[in-house]
Write a protein that binds this ligand. Structure first.
Ligand code: GLY
Length: 269
């Protein structure tokens, strides 16, 4: 079954933002789902994330937070269930870091390229930033044959220049296997210590539902590191999972069986 799930980051959403967030998440899901129907799952994942990056509502792309020197440095990664993967870290002046990650995957022999080396791959389209109130964004899609997962972020506000977080690290922020995929959000310095996305996908590989796998992943993150965050996942059957231990984590999803986009994680006080 074809399915898509996106997240707008585990963090502290304000109630006033909820309707805007829902609208952008819906746009991302619908764009991705149309591309899935056209048999283009990698495009579906990339384009859904581009909608979120361009919105300026989230801590990714146009909405990215600034580091301790007032500069925007972004991380992103993408992985396909056939084992292909690409990631970028600490890139500046790039409109869509997720597209740059895809370029690393498709046009180089490498998996992760950081800084200027990554910027030189292209997509250098300077953007006017606006610091979104949200958090990292991510997406997982399947067309029933392959799975694609991706994640994009501006990282942690006030971070040290050059700091790279989980969203650039395959296995931590993003992972996809033959049977499922995951995208994480939250405290990346702790998420990396439990390889959160790999952990969740591995549980799916072992037969757990995506929902149970995500719950176990967030439980591990909290128990082992005290970290705050969340994760979304899908399996090849199009079943969706999500879990978080923060105040909110906006999630939207759709599969061939649902007529409309469904939302969760937006019940903020
Ligand atoms: N999860 C985003 C970051 O820590 O960079």
């Amino acid at each position: 079954m074809a399915a898509i799930v996106v997240h707008g980051g585990a963090g502290g959403w304000e109630r006033k933002d909820v309707e805007d967030v829902k609208e952008v998440l819906k746009e991302a899901v619908l764009k991705g789902f149309d591309l899935l129907r056209e048999g283009r799952p990698v495009d579906a994942c990339e384009e859904a994330i581009k909608v979120l990056e361009d919105s300026g509502l989230f801590n990714a792309g146009r909405g990215s937070v600034r580091n301790s020197e007032g500069k925007v440095e972004m991380d992103a990664s993408i992985m396909v269930s056939d084992g292909r993967a690409g990631a970028v870290g600490a890139v500046r002046g790039v409109r869509n870091p997720i597209s740059l990650a895809r370029k690393v995957m498709e046009r180089t022999d490498h998996t992760l390229i950081v800084g200027e080396g990554a910027e030189r791959l292209g997509c250098a389209e300077p953007i006017e930033g606006r610091e979104g109130t949200g958090d990292t964004v991510g997406c997982v899609v399947t067309d029933g044959k392959i799975v694609v997962a991706g994640t994009s972020t501006g990282g942690v506000k006030g971070k040290a220049p050059g700091r790279v977080g989980d969203s650039a690290v395959i296995g931590s922020g993003t992972y996809a296997s033959d049977l499922g995929g995951a995208s994480a959000t939250g405290d990346g310095d702790r998420i990396m210590k439990v390889c959160l996305s790999y952990f969740v996908v591995n549980l799916i590989n072992l037969g757990l539902s995506p929902m149970k796998a995500c719950l176990a992943g967030v439980d591990l993150l909290e128990r082992r590191t005290g970290g705050r965050g969340g994760v979304i996942a899908l399996n090849l059957k199009g079943e969706v999972g999500f879990a978080y231990n923060t105040r909110a984590m906006p999630v939207a999803y759709r599969n061939s069986g649902t007529e409309r986009v469904l939302f969760s994680g937006l019940d903020v006080e």
